[in-house]
Design a protein around this ligand. Structure first.
Ligand code: PLA
Length: 502
């Protein structure tokens, strides 16, 4: 019966085809109807039910000039909407509009971190400040390309190197340089070839590759994640289908580390779990364990036969020293522990969009490392085949050239000290402006590019809606996006939000 209706409608279309030919007004109306869910979705739900659902409805709509159309009827059939009206019992006009096969795809929410930049761009207020994503900016709030990066790029250009595919594991010179930078050139684990290093798509891609390895070779094993943590960690493990749970980390009462909570949660986890640790400059809290606390964390992890999994996204950026910021990883390695480390060059070399980083798996033997590396390659091949070359060449040139390496350290020190100086200035401004006696000194104790202000979601909303200060809703601000001249304004915004919004 419906087949004949379909052909009747089609023949009456006088050339109306499956392509939408309606006026924008009519199309908009149809879209609205679809959004309202006023049709039977079973037609999209599988082959068996296909074509067997039909629904009609009628409504009065207007053209662009507001002149009413005749009462229109909609008929949904065979994934098309037929629009027609009846006059003296006869169909006198019919249009067919295709319904998308993607009708069941819902709109995803904006990303809690990268979505902030999109909202910032749309704001026209001249006082606006983007403290959302952790992008380093100059005092003039401009993006910064490191001089050493420009020099390395010139070298690459002069050599006229080709653009052929890299091997799956990436550029050998990069992989060697990155493992040495992490563990230290003289670390015996390098010479013993116990590190499986594979170039990754920056920190995120490297974490994702490791998550795929865990999913494949440690089925059911849990990853313990700090509470709170970088928002994308949970997405990464969810998408890799790796179960995770949280360990206590931040204590809002002390605005410091909940060390006892952390230790007891790591102890309580099933033996052989993975423990995700921020190598330095914990994101978002900016609170790192002390060297003594790191020792105790290593004790418990060893006792429980857990596997430490470090995320090192800020080496050199936290303290200004590459060695100091790798000390947590090196402490665990020195104990002969097996571990994983995801590295990123987004921040310390400002290579955000080059997507350059690595996954390192430190194994107890060279043989195990070779096998792990082969499996990482096997996982990478169907995901993205092989990594991009440009960022890898930049890192290899900077790290491998003593002159450029020294210059890099100096530039990194400059970036780290600019962040430290706005941290100090923000603290000074807050202390001067806030007459309530609140102690803001926690800001000075935090390290890295962020400050975890303790502002609630409602207070963070006030920062954005009233003051045009863009930040993540967990109360985190990126000090790398702040200039000293904007500190006073930011302090006003924080004091107002903190005291006047509950
Ligand atoms: N790990 C941590 C702890 C991070 O903070 C970030 C970046 C990454 C990994 C991944 O960075 P990459 O993939 O660029 O190497 N966090 C940023 C950016 C700076 C982001 O969310 O992607 C942040 O604003 O938190």
């Amino acid at each position: 019966m419906f087949e004949s209706l379909s052909s009747m409608a089609s023949t009456m279309l006088c050339g109306f085809s499956s392509t939408p030919t309606t006026s924008p007004t009519l199309q908009d109306h149809c879209k609205k109807k679809l959004k309202m869910g006023s049709f039977d979705r079973t037609i999209f739900s599988g082959k068996k039910k296909r074509n067997h659902s039909i629904k009609t409805m009628s409504n009065q709509i207007h053209d662009r000039r507001g002149i009413p159309w005749l009462p229109l009827r909609f008929l949904i059939f065979n994934r098309r909407i037929f629009i027609y009206f009846l006059s003296c019992g006869r169909i006198t006009l019919a249009l067919a509009v295709n319904v998308s096969r993607f009708e069941g795809v819902t709109m995803a929410p904006p990303d809690p971190i990268l979505g902030v930049s999109e909202a910032f761009k749309a704001d026209t207020n001249e006082m606006k400040l983007n403290l959302g994503v952790g992008d380093y900016r100059t005092e003039e709030l401009q993006p910064y390309v490191l001089n050493v990066v420009k020099k390395a790029e010139n070298l690459i250009l002069k050599r006229g190197e080709n653009k052929e595919y890299l091997p799956i594991e990436g550029l050998a010179a990069f992989n060697n340089a990155t493992a040495e930078l992490l563990f230290g050139r003289d670390n015996p684990v390098i010479e013993q070839q116990r590190v499986a290093t594979v170039q990754g798509l920056s920190g995120t891609g490297s974490l994702r590759l490791a998550a795929a390895l865990i999913e494949r070779y440690f089925p059911g094993a849990k990853v313990l994640i700090s509470s709170p943590t970088w928002g994308n960690h949970k997405n990464i493990f969810n998408d890799a289908r790796v179960p995770w749970s949280e360990y206590r980390y931040y204590d809002p009462k002390t605005i410091g580390l909940d060390f006892d909570g952390m230790i007891s949660d790591i102890k309580a986890a099933p033996d052989g779990s993975f423990v995700l640790l921020h190598g330095c400059a914990h994101n978002p809290t900016g609170i790192d364990p002390t060297p003594e606390q790191w020792e105790k964390i290593a004790d418990v992890i060893q006792e429980k036969k857990h596997l430490p999994f470090f995320d090192v996204a800020y080496q050199g950026f936290a303290s200004g020293s590459l060695d100091a910021d790798a000390s947590s990883v090196r402490l665990f390695a020195a104990r002969g522990m097996e571990l994983l480390v995801a590295q990123s060059y987004s921040k310390n070399l400002g290579l955000y969009s080059e997507r350059i980083g690595a996954i390192n798996v430190l194994c107890s033997s060279a043989d195990a490392a070779a096998r792990v590396k082969s499996q990482l390659k096997r996982l990478a091949r169907p995901m993205y085949s092989n990594p991009p070359i440009h960022g890898a060449r930049i890192v290899a040139n900077v790290v491998g050239n003593p002159e450029l390496f020294n210059e890099w350290e100096e530039e990194m020190e400059l970036m780290a000290s600019r962040i430290k100086s706005v941290r100090q200035k923000l603290f000074d401004s807050l202390s001067a402006k806030d007459k309530s006696g609140k102690d803001w000194s926690f800001i000075l104790k935090q390290i890295g590019m962020f400050s975890f202000t303790g502002l609630s979601k409602a207070q963070s909303d006030n920062m954005t809606n009233k003051w045009h200060v863009y930040m993540t809703k967990d109360g985190r601000i990126s000090l790398a996006g702040l200039s000293s001249v904007k500190c006073e304004y930011l302090a006003d915004a924080i004091v107002d939000s903190f005291h006047n919004v509950k």
